[in-house]
Design a protein around this ligand. Structure first.
Ligand code: GLA
Length: 730
């Protein structure tokens, strides 16, 4: 039996895991536990590491050794449940890793060497399992970082080339799981610009179902690396076993789901190996992105809370902090503004009562002024005609008006009509012998090149250095990568992967210098929403589609995985709904406005001002509370959701008519969730238009009543959105 190592990767208390002698001789059993779950790994007689279980935690650790023997994980061609399936030796199923060694040989075998557990805090532990090829000097460490209370695990591998020359990684996944269920129902997403996060749920059958992206930058424009997987029947909000997963990677990804002949599910998640054979130098390590997942046996609601709690506490930039409400000028001015116009927008920001004014695209470029989307991108100097006094002057003006100032950038991109392109044609991703292909008239800068990394860092750092009071960044990314080719990379097949590493290097530098500043992850909509990117950003832009009816659906699906404080929702002029409906929908996340305040009628302005105040009153529940999906817009005429603060003393319920057929209205009460049954709550409608009266009589109920009988929001075609405040009576 191998000795268990005692050296961890991180400082902290290092404990050796108990090796639990199995009934089957010579096996090492490694349970990876969280509060409610356990993932069990087992080393077989052949010293291959297998995964034998992912399910409820057992009270007695000794019993995990009995699980493996109860399953049949193999068939005529070998076993299906390797914890990191190799290629070219005994495995004939889809591999997690595939290598071409320095001598050209394409076989890999990984044997268990040892493992360590590092306790990072009371809540967080890191299990690292070292594997080695018996023939080649090639090693892999599998890492499982567990967040005990949140029931969340992050899994990734570190691939180590200890051969004398470079090896080529033909595939290098982050995680390879083996799951068990009577059936497997996969809910995944697809879409396009302005139609993000369209769900589809299907029962998986034998064969491989792949969700992937080859788009390069805004990689999840049409499929995000996010899914939920029911083990057994399709889970409901409160019942069923369901796993949520997300690859923390803002580039090409690949998720393979394979029901194998033994009816287990093989799940392989990682960077997409499409056009991405990775050349790893002798002595080099490749750390793959983290694959994060949670498991709930009480349906989707619990899995949502697990992800939200974990993300706020550990992943999202300033996840437990506050957020800024704002007025953005994109849809009110587009590229057409000057200092006078901005001065009046600053006044409007104050009038509305929001915290910050956000200056969007169009403020830069002189030789090629940014007066449209065809020129100027890359030339980050204030346009002298529009802004003779520079950004610093605007920041000061904003502060004098009692509001903060934020700014839009898209530093990874360039218009061919720009000084940057003229000066540095070799910084641009393109095929040297082919015509350039544009998306929104622009090209992508080559972030594999350290000089480009410095430039991109410098764009944002320069803004902050010159304007220390700058309070917010909207970071856009409007093009995918066509013609993937780098003038810098020696190995073109490293490009897609190194691009994202380059982006993260820049963001790491920015975050270590500016840890708290709010930054919105834009990407022309939800083209880059994943937990890899959200580590650096405080919020994201779910879609350019701000029609509130559409937003109910887009925000709904995102909200299973991402907490509300990350969802930037702006009130705009999209859609046919009245201002109240638009504001109500935007209040379900991080509230912003992008309208011409001067065009609001007096009662509309008064409504918006009051709504900003109401939002502030309930922001604790919306930002840091628990979200409960009460009625799914895809299954009901009325969509309904509630946010309850951690103290269970304040909650806000949002209700919308989503089916506009004649006669659809709320005919029955909707049961609330998450309250304290023993407490008494005052229930009343809020966000009522000035001049109209609520049809709901303010009343007092017990939490028990509200969760057992419910509240009828009285949604009707003439009251299509209704917000109900629930406040503890003390
Ligand atoms: C993208 C964003 C918009 C806006 C424009 C500016 O489309 O999604 O919100 O910032 O760019 O060009």
């Amino acid at each position: 039996m191998n000795k268990i190592g005692s050296k961890g990767l991180f400082s902290g208390i290092i404990v050796s895991l108990a090796m639990i002698a199995s009934a089957r001789a010579q096996s090492v059993v490694i349970p990876v536990e969280t509060k409610d779950n356990a993932l069990v790994l087992e080393v077989g007689n052949d010293r291959v590491l297998n995964m034998v279980y992912f399910g409820g935690r057992l009270g007695n650790k000794d019993e995990y050794k009995n699980i493996g023997g109860l399953n049949n994980f193999s068939g005529t061609i070998g076993s299906y449940n390797n914890a990191y399936t190799t290629a070219g030796t005994s495995n004939l199923v889809e591999p997690a890793i595939q290598v071409t060694h320095a001598d050209g040989n394409k076989s890999l075998d990984l044997k268990y060497v040892n493992h360590t557990v590092t306790k990072i805090s009371d809540d967080v532990s890191l299990l690292s399992i070292n594997l080695k090829d018996p023939v080649y000097n090639f090693e892999v460490t599998l890492n499982y970082k567990t967040y005990y209370d949140e029931n969340v695990t992050e899994q990734w591998s570190v691939i180590k080339n200890r051969e004398k020359k470079s090896v080529v990684l033909n595939k290098y996944a982050s995680a390879n799981l083996c799951l068990q269920g009577s059936e497997y129902w996969l809910k995944h997403y697809h879409g396009d610009w302005a139609q993000e996060m369209k769900p589809e749920e299907e029962r998986l059958s034998n064969g491989i179902k792949t969700i992937d992206s080859k788009l390069g930058t805004r990689a999840d424009l049409f499929q995000p690396p996010t899914f939920m997987l029911s083990l057994g029947k399709s889970a409901t909000e409160e019942s069923g076993e369901v796993m949520y997963g997300n690859l923390e990677w803002s580039g090409n990804f690949r998720l393979d789901f394979e029901v194998d002949p033994s009816n287990h599910l093989r799940l392989i998640a990682g960077i997409n190996n499409y056009a991405s054979d990775y050349v790893l130098k002798a002595g080099g390590d490749l750390e793959t992105p983290k694959f994060v997942y949670t498991l709930s046996d009480k349906g989707k609601g619990e899995a949502t809370h697990n992800f939200h709690n974990w993300a706020r506490k550990y992943k999202i930039a300033d996840g437990e902090g506050p957020r800024l409400t704002l007025l953005n000028n994109w849809e009110s001015t587009y590229f057409d503004f000057n200092e006078d116009k901005l001065a009046s927008l600053l006044k409007d920001t104050k009038k509305l009562g929001v915290d910050l004014f956000l200056l969007d695209d169009g403020w830069f470029g002189n030789k090629y002024p940014r007066n449209g989307d065809h020129a100027g991108l890359g030339d980050w100097q204030e346009n002298k005609a529009k802004l003779p006094h520079d950004i610093g002057y605007l920041v000061k003006e904003a502060n004098m008006n009692g509001v903060k100032f934020g700014i839009w950038v898209e530093p990874e991109m360039v218009n061919p009509k720009s000084e940057l392109y003229e000066k540095h044609p070799d910084w641009v991703v393109k095929q040297p012998q082919r015509p350039e292909i544009y998306m929104r008239n622009q090209l992508v800068l080559d972030l594999t090149n350290p000089a480009v990394q410095d430039f991109v860092f410098g764009v944002v750092d320069g803004l902050f250095t010159k304007n220390p009071d700058l309070a917010y960044i909207k970071w856009d990314c409007n093009s995918v990568i066509f013609n993937a080719n780098s003038a810098y990379e020696k190995n073109q097949s490293n490009f897609y992967t190194d691009y994202v590493f380059g982006l993260y290097k820049v963001l790491d530098r920015l975050r270590s210098k500016y840890p708290k500043v709010p930054m919105m992850l834009c990407s022309g909509g939800g083209g880059r929403v994943d937990y890899g990117a959200l580590h650096y950003f405080t919020e994201y832009w779910p879609s350019d589609d701000t029609d509130p009816l559409e937003r109910i659906f887009i925000q709904w699906e995102n909200s299973y995985f991402y907490p509300a404080l990350t969802s930037s929702n702006h009130v705009t002029d999209w859609g046919k709904q009245p201002i109240k409906f638009r504001v109500d929908v935007a209040m379900m996340g991080k509230l912003g406005f992008d309208i011409v305040v001067g065009k609001l009628k007096p009662n509309e302005l008064a409504f918006c001002q009051a709504a900003v105040n109401t939002y502030k009153q309930f922001s604790e529940a919306i930002w840091h509370g628990d979200q409960y999906h009460l009625q799914d817009p895809r299954e009901n005429d009325i969509a309904s959701v509630i946010y309850v603060d951690q103290a269970k003393s304040s909650a806000i319920m949002f209700n919308y008519l989503v089916n506009w057929r004649v006669g659809t209205e709320s005919n029955a009460p909707i049961r609330l969730k998450g309250l304290d049954p023993e407490k008494k709550y005052r229930v009343e409608e809020v966000n009522v238009m000035p001049g109209s009266r609520s049809t709901i009589k303010p009343s007092t109920y017990s939490g028990k009543f509200l969760m057992t009988v419910g509240v009828n929001p009285d949604v009707k075609s003439w009251r299509p959105s209704v917000l109900i405040a629930v406040k503890e009576l003390k």
